[in-house]
Design a protein around this ligand. Structure first.
Ligand code: CU
Length: 379
């Protein structure tokens, strides 16, 4: 009982910072750093271990001499203080030793930094863009591109004041994971569309800021198949804690399979945008799109947040002329948090969500939009 209480306290003190999302019993006692699954994380772990033992040796040496001096030269033994005020030998020694220690540790530290910065000669390149509040992943060699949003079960609970204890990987799961092959040198190009975000997967041993207008680089070669979770680590607004990162590392064969499936789904999506949609299926799809892409700001019921995000219910734009409604959704509004969704959503998703906003959330305009209408409006 008592022991488990201490373990809980220790875990929250140490674990909160060090073992992100770890819930198993072992992790509760993992006081050391995580060795991770990439060359960079291994280098960082080894450097950390080296520096820790160097520090231990220094500590033992310095405190050893200090306590020995105190004990053996104490007043009760009748020791008389020395009167000298300067010793060139001692000064040379205490300058030289730290100098050698610093050089000795700077060499492996520099090697680790160079390893981190060597992003060239990659087997594949993935561009990562941070948005409020989701990530976009573009596989530059495969012509695959998608958004990764917070998983629906996490979003429902967090929005409704529900109980998160039954949600698996609460706030650490997404709808579309970043799938990559193991043992391939992957270069990540990292940027942002609106404000500064930061892409961090602790098991990769690195994070990189995602800054609008800048392209930062990072690389990884994952040595163990598995699921690796991370988070945005630069405070980026209201839902900063709601844009997790999930990377799934698979064998080359499984990765190829995933690529084929993803490319097939993109083709099917294109075909769907070519047909004429019935109103019911349009609204059903629109509800999904609304909940993943719009509800964070305009709220699940459409009420918005007064003074920050306008209500969709009764909105002059959402119940006014169709053209203006499509325009703000596709092109956004400069200088506000309302993003240009033309670049983020396909024709079908835009048609569906606009139709949904006009005919649900307390609105009943009656008309609806087809994907072909959206396509015609793209410039
Ligand atoms: Cu962010």
């Amino acid at each position: 009982m008592f022991r488990s209480k201490i373990s809980t306290i220790l875990n929250s003190l140490l674990g909160a910072g060090l073992t992100l999302g770890a819930v198993d019993a072992f992790a509760a006692w993992s006081v050391n750093m995580d060795p991770g699954v990439t060359p960079i994380s291994h280098a960082v772990f080894n450097l950390h271990t080296l520096l820790m033992w160097v520090s231990v040796a220094i500590g033992v040496g310095v405190f050893g001499v200090m306590f020995w001096s105190i004990l053996h030269h104490r007043k009760s033994k009748g020791v008389v203080p020395a009167k000298f005020s300067h010793s060139t030998i001692v000064e040379v020694v205490w300058t030289t030793i730290p100098f050698l220690i610093l050089i000795g540790t700077a060499i492996p530290a520099t090697k680790a930094i160079i390893l981190m910065e060597e992003t060239g000669e990659a087997d594949m390149t993935i561009k990562i863009t941070g948005y409020q509040w989701k990530w976009k992943y573009e596989y530059l060699d495969e012509d695959i591109s998608f958004f990764s949003n917070l998983a629906a079960d996490s979003r429902e609970v967090s929005g409704m004041g529900g109980d998160p204890t039954n949600v698996k990987n609460y706030l650490l799961a997404v709808d579309n994971e970043l799938v990559v092959p193991v043992n391939k040198r992957i270069r990540f190009l990292i940027t942002a569309d609106d404000v500064i975000h930061s892409w961090w997967v602790p098991k990769f041993g690195m994070k990189r800021d995602a800054i609008p207008g800048f392209m930062n680089e990072m690389w990884a070669s994952i040595d163990t198949p598995g699921t690796y979770r991370g988070q945005c680590t630069e405070l980026c607004g209201k839902d900063h804690g709601y844009m997790p990162i999930v990377v799934v590392a698979k064998s080359e064969a499984e990765y190829r399979q995933w690529v084929a499936q993803k490319q097939g789904a993109a083709k099917a999506e294109q075909a769907a945008a070519g047909k004429t949609w019935g109103k019911a299926e349009l609204l059903a799809r629109g509800e999904q799109v609304y909940n993943t892409s719009c509800a964070a700001c305009h709220q699940a019921g459409g009420a918005g947040i007064p003074g920050v995000f306008p209500a969709i219910t009764g909105s002059a734009i959402a119940t006014g002329p169709l053209d203006a409604h499509l325009d703000i959704v596709m092109n956004g509004k400069k200088g506000t948090a309302m993003q240009a969704f033309a670049a983020q959503l396909g024709d079908t998703d835009i048609a569906a969500v606009v139709s949904y906003q006009r005919n649900a959330l307390g609105n009943s305009v009656g008309d609806s939009v087809q994907p072909s209408d959206v396509k015609a409006k793209r410039r």
